[in-house]
Design a protein around this ligand. Structure first.
Ligand code: RP5
Length: 174
């Protein structure tokens, strides 16, 4: 069986509800993926070994989500030449600001393309992975452009009932 194009890694299975957002987007585009929980701190050897051998299996992109002292994306990036997208997760009392900084502030030469904190970031990680893969896949590029065109239409359509909705809100306040 062909290797999945994208690997979604999470620091813990407790990150699954957030990272499901990324998996959902990849499924929308028809992009194959694998999903695994491996921790930079609690399973360091397994995480490094997995990162090291992924490229030779045909994986193209890593999406790494972690919370707190979120070093998973950085450690994976240190051990693979593949693009790594980092998703900071708000699982600690610092609500994701800690994971955002520890994911985004990589030293020069070992980048992590960091998206926003939480579910919105996880979904965007899926869209960014699709954009990268679309560079070499015209059919995927067409699906991506079609999705964007639909999004544009959906947003423009929302203007139709805006005045009525505003009236309802203002009348309720009376
Ligand atoms: C991080 O610690 C994980 O990525 C997760 O967001 C957080 C809590 O992990 P668990 O204690 O739920 O396993 O490493």
């Amino acid at each position: 069986m062909a290797s999945p194009l994208v690997v979604i890694l999470m620091g813990s299975d407790s990150d699954l509800p957030v990272m499901a957002g990324c998996a959902g987007v990849l499924e929308e585009y028809g992009i194959s993926y694998d999903i695994k929980a491996l921790s930079a701190h609690r399973t360091p050897d397994a995480a490094v070994e997995f990162a090291r051998e992924a490229a030779s299996r045909g994986v193209k992109i890593f999406v790494c989500g972690a919370g707190g002292a979120a070093h998973l994306a950085g450690v994976v990036a240190a051990h693979t030449p593949l693009p790594v997208i980092g998703v900071p997760i708000a699982s600690s009392p610092l609500q994701g600001f800690d994971s955002l900084l520890s994911t985004v502030q990589m030293p020069p030469g070992i980048p992590v393309a960091t998206v926003g904190v939480g579910p919105m970031g996880a979904a965007n990680a899926g869209h960014l992975a699709a954009s990268i893969l679309a560079l070499a896949d015209p059919e995927l590029r067409a699906r991506l452009l079609a999705r964007r065109a639909k999004m544009t239409q959906d947003v423009l359509k929302k203007n139709d009932g805006l005045r009525d909705r505003l009236r309802e809100i203002l009348d309720k306040k009376k």
